[in-house]
Design a binder for this molecule. Structure first.
Ligand code: FES
Length: 285
């Protein structure tokens, strides 16, 4: 009970300790009075919208290549096209004739693994879907103790979350994919009568630029550029890369994560419109 003249004080913060009690306020304490739920709600809506669209795009298994209307556009959801049942240019079938389902299902495993293990996306879905916690100053949804935080906290040290450490390896695959999408953007300058530019060319070019901006802003890329080096001053080339990746791309990693996610969906959608003849893809020159 609070005595007359005494003020109610927020409980002392619980220090973070792996394997111990999870830090944070209890469920009975609400430290924030703003609309804190807006950001996790908007994040969840954005991610769900992309999952819905990409599921449709991956399973539609058609109209992902605009070759039939005189364009050399391949959807990023189907690139590199690796199965015998690909339309458009095939990078070399690796599956044999038994692969009868959509080629996208084989390809999307890698970009999906890269994004799912990305430091930014982890924060996004831990907060917006698992509410663990939904944001700063709000109780963790997993807290079983109404007066305090979650009784046990293992971070990402146990299965399955320990698999998040695979992110650094997904990075190498992501660089390969960024190179392939760059090739696709270059191919989009190719027309039956020579080199040219149409709206779709610009769409695919922006897609490649955003993919590079997101991929090179990765924390694993920062480590690759500047890690394991006692004095960066003795490695001027690595220092140049580290400074640019750290100073120009990494601070905007969240922004590029969203822009590239949106644009990759839009690129697929635009190619679908062109391939189905819904849009005539105006030629600029
Ligand atoms: S941290 Fe986001 S892509 Fe690596």
């Amino acid at each position: 009970m609070t005595a007359v003249g005494q003020t109610t004080r927020a409980p002392e913060p619980v220090p973070l300790r792996i394997g111990g009690v999870r830090a944070g306020p209890g469920r009975t304490v609400v430290l924030r009075r703003d609309r804190w739920w807006m950001q996790p709600a908007a994040t969840a809506a954005g991610l769900l919208a992309f999952v819905a669209y990409s599921t449709w795009a991956a399973f539609r298994n058609g109209n992902y290549y605009a070759g039939g209307v005189g364009r050399d556009y391949l959807s990023p959801f189907y690139s590199p096209c690796l199965t015998h049942n690909c339309h458009g240019y095939v990078w070399g079938p690796i599956t044999g004739s038994w692969w009868e389902v959509s080629p996208a299902l084989l390809i999307l495993i890698f970009p999906l693994g890269f994004r799912l293990t990305c430091y930014y996306y982890r924060k996004a879905y831990y907060r917006s879907f698992w509410l663990a916690p939904p944001t700063c100053g709000i109780a963790d949804a997993g807290s079983t103790n109404p007066g305090g935080p979650r009784a046990r906290y293992t971070g990402e040290t146990r299965f399955p979350l320990v698999l998040q450490n695979l992110h650094r390896y997904f990075f190498y695959v992501a660089v390969l994919f960024a190179g392939i999408l760059t090739w696709d953007a270059i191919a989009a300058f190719r027309f039956a009568d020579g080199v040219g530019v149409a709206v779709g060319t610009l769409v695919l070019t922006v897609n490649a630029v955003l993919i590079w901006a997101y991929t090179l802003g990765c924390h694993a890329c920062r480590h690759l550029c500047g890690g394991n080096q006692r004095a960066l001053s003795q490695a001027p080339v690595r220092r140049w890369f580290w400074r640019n990746v750290s100073g120009r791309l990494n601070p905007h990693h969240q922004l590029f994560a969203w822009l590239s996610l949106f644009w990759i969906g839009f690129t697929d959608f635009y190619i679908w419109l062109v391939a189905t003849g819904t849009v005539h893809d105006p030629r600029i020159f």
